[in-house]
Design a protein around this ligand. Structure first.
Ligand code: SAM
Length: 240
């Protein structure tokens, strides 16, 4: 991994395989998911990512406080990747999950690595789901939305987050995280600061807990801080 400080969407590492050494950018998820165990090795063993456990833990506390039985919760996991967040949600007792990710490789890796986690997995753009994809989501009737390590940095844009938000029930539990800079006006060019600020101001999002924490290390070892937010949906969201 490089020693110098790189923007998060430019980080890379060299992967030593039997077939030779390959340089992989951290955001080339299709390449990473194609190699079993590589996503876990980079992000969890080496860079010590904590986010799925942190957000599932916060949602579990919220369920306790609000008297929600986790076995009644059905979750739409947006930007699901190969299923680590889904696995954490199963771990806190959630009974039903549908995964959504923009790339086929994520769905294939989830079925390969964690075949028991998702009841259905929709690969494609949540802003324009296929009839089959939409039917799979509607069949689960999600009462919870999670989106972990997938907002900003060229990943999920505000209008895709809003589209997923509008597919879960009106009082759904929500849990997501985002790099702290993306919630600061001025630093954010992605539109998330405005979307989240407006959702809170309009009452579309009722926040239960908000926590700044170490999401993972950067490739040069410095900590990357994110903000995790959990709460309840109270109304639909309109992306600007
Ligand atoms: C860092 S991974 C996080 C995976 C998983 N949530 C976890 O915590 O391990 C980010 C994921 O977001 C997905 N993604 C990026 N843009 C997306 C979009 N517009 N819609 C859905 N998923 C997207 C990527 O394909 C990738 O699988």
């Amino acid at each position: 991994m490089p020693d110098q400080h790189l923007p998060q969407d430019s980080e890379w590492c060299d992967v030593h395989l039997e077939s030779g050494t390959r340089r992989v950018r951290f955001h080339d998820y299709d390449e990473i998911y194609a190699i079993p165990g590589l996503y876990e090795r980079i992000f969890y063993d080496v860079l010590r990512c904590t986010s799925p456990a942190v957000i599932a833990g916060m949602l579990s506390e919220q369920m306790d406080e609000q008297g929600v039985d986790p076995t009644d919760v059905r979750c739409l996991d947006l930007g699901a990747g190969n299923g680590i967040m889904g696995e954490e949600m199963r771990g806190i007792g959630v009974s039903s999950l549908v995964g959504v990710d923009i790339i086929d490789e994520a769905r294939d890796a989830a079925y390969r690595d964690r075949p028991e986690v998702y009841d259905a997995y929709v690969a494609g753009d949540i802003r324009s789901p296929t009839p089959d994809g939409l039917a799979a989501i509607e069949q689960v009737q999600p009462t919870c939305l999670t989106c972990v390590a997938a907002l900003g940095f060229g990943d999920i844009p505000p209008d895709a987050f809003a589209a997923a938000w509008n597919l879960v029930s009106d009082d759904a539990l929500v849990g997501f995280n985002i790099k702290e800079d993306f919630l600061e006006d001025g630093a954010d060019r992605s539109g998330f600061a405005q979307l989240i600020d407006r959702a809170i101001a309009d009452g579309a999002l009722q926040v239960s807990a908000q926590e700044r924490y170490r999401h993972r290390d950067a490739a040069n070892g410095t900590p990357l801080h994110y903000v995790a937010i959990t709460g309840r949906k109270q109304a639909a969201l309109q992306a600007a």
